[in-house]
Design a protein around this ligand. Structure first.
Ligand code: NAD
Length: 358
């Protein structure tokens, strides 16, 4: 196949004891940042992404161009393509898989339930099948989500808290993913780390997320819809800056133990971990809007609307002591600082005038 050589050169390791990592969802928001950080420190990285049109594919292509410039090659393909995965594992002995490909977003699930099953359930299983059959078996680190805590009312959320009230199909697929990965862990000896990300934001972010679409609308003079919870209470999110998430991803990768299976057979107990990666300081959505208004120097036209009950949860708040103790996870970016960096990127990428005219 024509891209064999690109894959091999992208997988090349440039530091002693470096990893070779297959990053799925590499053209995505988190995947592009993680791929770049791994490549920069000298690991071999190969990306995989299907460039779907859930949001602007041009933004995914720009992220790909950035990665290509740094020597990271992204194979265009679907995680459900078992033949493609077998080919990749044949070309490269990956030490790790960083599985970030997924159908994200909670509201889109109302109209498109099957895209969540396709990417988050079937795609995950296809990837685990390929990983368990690979020789050597890679360690798998994958993105779960804070959404598994659902309508849990205890705060902050700890990993051992109940996750039996998912508020969306998205959350249900992430919760299912935790059970599925656990099964592959004990049947086949795959080393598994699940990361429950809490509302990740920053440069090169996802246009479907509130901080991003609010920025666009505020600059265009269009109204924004701000949801409120029960009794008009403000929603709050544990907004976590992308660089902190990247550090968490890499910390978890560095402490992932080797898988203990071979040729699809388990040879001993393997590591299974689940970590919260959040910021531990929730901010209300109206406060987030206030920060944006200050930085954009434009007043937002806010429509306050009661939450329609289609997937959003009232608040999220991470207890991060487990990740802190296992790999020194220590988020350092507050929302003001992080949004400043986002707005700077947004204006340089789209341009102020362009943003106004779109
Ligand atoms: P994203 O949508 O920007 O990235 C996901 C990427 O995966 C996209 O580029 C998409 O094209 C690709 N993809 C989707 N389905 C695929 C498939 N079947 N085959 C190949 N590629 C596929 O989202 P993100 O914000 O970067 O999220 C990364 C991961 O983190 C996801 O698993 C998401 O569920 C999880 N997560 C994100 C957040 C957040 O706030 N951003 C919070 C919790 C969990």
């Amino acid at each position: 196949i024509h891209w064999d050589n690109h894959v091999r050169s992208s997988a090349q390791i440039r530091r002693s004891n470096g990893f070779s990592v297959l990053v799925t969802g590499a053209a995505g928001f988190v995947g592009s940042h993680v791929s770049l950080a791994l490549k920069k420190r000298g690991d071999g990285v190969v990306g995989l992404d299907n460039f779907n049109n859930y949001y602007d594919p041009a933004l995914k292509k720009s992220r790909r161009d950035l990665l290509t410039a740094h020597g990271v090659f992204i194979v265009e393909g679907d995680v459900n393509d078992a033949k493609l995965l077998a080919k990749l594992f044949d070309l490269v002995q990956f030490s790790h898989v960083m599985h970030l490909a997924a159908q994200a977003g909670v509201r889109y699930a109302m109209e498109n339930p099957h895209s969540y099953i396709h990417s988050n359930i079937a795609g995950l299983v296809t990837l685990l099948e390929a990983s368990k059959s690979a020789n050597p078996q890679p360690s798998v680190v994958w993105a779960s989500s804070s959404s598994v805590y659902g309508l849990n009312e205890k705060s902050p959320f700890s990993e051992s808290d109940r996750t039996d009230k998912p508020a969306s199909l998205y959350a249900a697929t992430k919760k299912a993913g935790e059970e599925i990965t656990h099964t592959y862990n004990h049947i086949y000896g795959l080393s598994i780390t699940g990361l429950r990300f809490f509302t990740v934001y920053g440069p090169w972010g996802r246009p479907d997320m509130a901080y991003f679409s609010f920025t666009r609308n505020i600059l265009q003079g269009k109204p924004i819809t701000v949801y409120r919870g029960k009794n008009h209470a403000d929603l709050a999110r544990d907004f976590t800056y992308i660089d902190d998430i990247v550090k968490g991803c890499i910390g978890s990768l560095d402490t992932a133990k080797k898988s203990t299976g071979s040729g699809g057979k388990k040879r001993g107990p393997a590591q299974f971990r689940i970590f919260n990666l959040g910021n531990t300081s929730p901010v209300t959505v109206p406060m987030m809007v206030g920060i944006l208004e200050k930085q954009l120097k434009v007043k937002a036209k806010k429509n306050l609307v009661d939450m329609p009950g289609n997937g959003d949860v009232p608040f999220t708040h991470a207890n991060i002591s487990y990740a802190r103790s296992e790999f020194g996870y220590n988020p350092t970016t507050d929302l003001q600082t992080g949004l400043k960096k986002f707005v700077k990127w947004y204006l340089s990428y789209y341009g102020y005038n362009h943003a106004k005219s779109v």
